[in-house]
Write a protein that binds this ligand. Structure first.
Ligand code: NAP
Length: 280
């Protein structure tokens, strides 16, 4: 017996999990690069999380992605090694089951967010002006951390539930300012980067409606929602002349580092990858 069986296994842990695009994405990459391995959905209830986490490596798993509702809970499990960026964000989305038996928890949402903007809006300059963030949930935390890291001078946050936005200010410091949800449109003047991190605009949810009159055409506007790909928010920003970037690229880019760690090959995030996921 070796430390790991010859065919490595990985998966995505969530509850529910049937909606996840991650199995289609990783399975596509495995086939594309001719790698022997499997990536499966793992529906694990919160009460079973700790026991299952310790069982998975024994079953041949080399790692996993983590999604709702486990992204924060995973950091509270004893003996998990937490990377600095996962600790800062307060959530993990990528687990490595190390050969020494330890579990490492990382967060690649922020790097995936930045990689998506750099790939699809190559002229984007984070230092060109303030970033405006709508929403203050788990995804917003990763986005704010990443934007500060790449040199955004000011991050303006607004959220329906103001204390969640205030919590981001106290965690991320003086570059963050908080504004009232009802005055959200006023934050857009001179913004260089505008991000919807709320779940509004997703198929089945109400549209995300904010007057975009103050938006400059030089702004790069992105939405974390990727069903539909072109949200009403992005359609309106595009009509104002802005460069818009949909959220699917973030999903693809956040997955790449995990795939590389588990299966030993850095996968391409390109048109072919997008098509494969969209057709799944
Ligand atoms: P979350 O922690 O549950 O946060 C949800 C956010 O949406 C909060 O700011 C919440 O405001 C806001 N919201 C929900 N319903 C609202 C409403 N009716 N009116 C105003 N605000 C509302 O979720 P999350 O993990 O941050 O995810 C947020 C979105 O990002 C989801 O659509 C998710 O699918 C997407 N996402 C995409 C990627 C990607 O790779 N593209 C990665 C991560 C997440 P309150 O605080 O007031 O409730």
């Amino acid at each position: 017996m070796t430390d790991h069986p010859r065919v490595p296994l990985a998966g995505v842990i969530g509850h529910p999990i049937a909606h996840s695009r991650s199995p289609a994405l990783h399975t596509y990459w495995l086939k594309r690069y001719g790698i022997r391995g499997h990536y499966v959905p793992l529906d694990i209830a919160p009460a079973d999380l700790q026991a299952m986490l310790h069982a998975l490596p024994k079953m041949g798993f080399v790692g996993a992605n983590v999604t709702i509702p486990h992204k924060e809970a995973i950091l509270k499990i004893p003996d998990v090694i937490i990377t600095d960026r996962a600790a800062l964000i307060g959530a993990a989305n990528t687990l490595i089951f190390r050969k020494d038996g330890r579990i490492q928890a990382d967060n690649t949402d922020g790097s995936g967010f930045i990689a998506n903007l750099r790939q699809n809006a190559p002229q984007w300059n984070p230092a060109a002006g303030p970033a405006v963030i709508f929403g203050a949930g788990g995804a917003a935390r990763a986005v704010v951390a990443a934007l500060i890291e790449v040199g955004v001078p000011e991050v303006r946050i607004t959220n329906r539930t103001r204390p969640r936005a205030e919590a981001l200010r106290s965690d991320f410091g003086a570059k963050v300012t908080v504004m009232e949800w009802v005055q959200a449109a006023n934050m857009l003047e001179d913004a260089a980067t505008v991000v919807n991190t709320t779940s509004l605009g997703m198929t089945g949810k109400p549209d995300f409606r904010v007057p975009l009159d103050a938006l400059r055409p030089e702004a790069v506007v992105t939405d974390l929602v990727y069903t539909p790909l072109m949200t009403q928010f992005l359609i309106e920003a595009q009509a104002k002349g802005c460069t818009v970037v949909d959220g699917l690229g973030m999903l693809l880019h956040q997955a790449a580092p995990g795939f590389e760690r588990w299966f030993g090959h850095r996968p391409e995030v390109d048109e072919e990858t997008r098509r494969a996921v969209l057709m799944s």
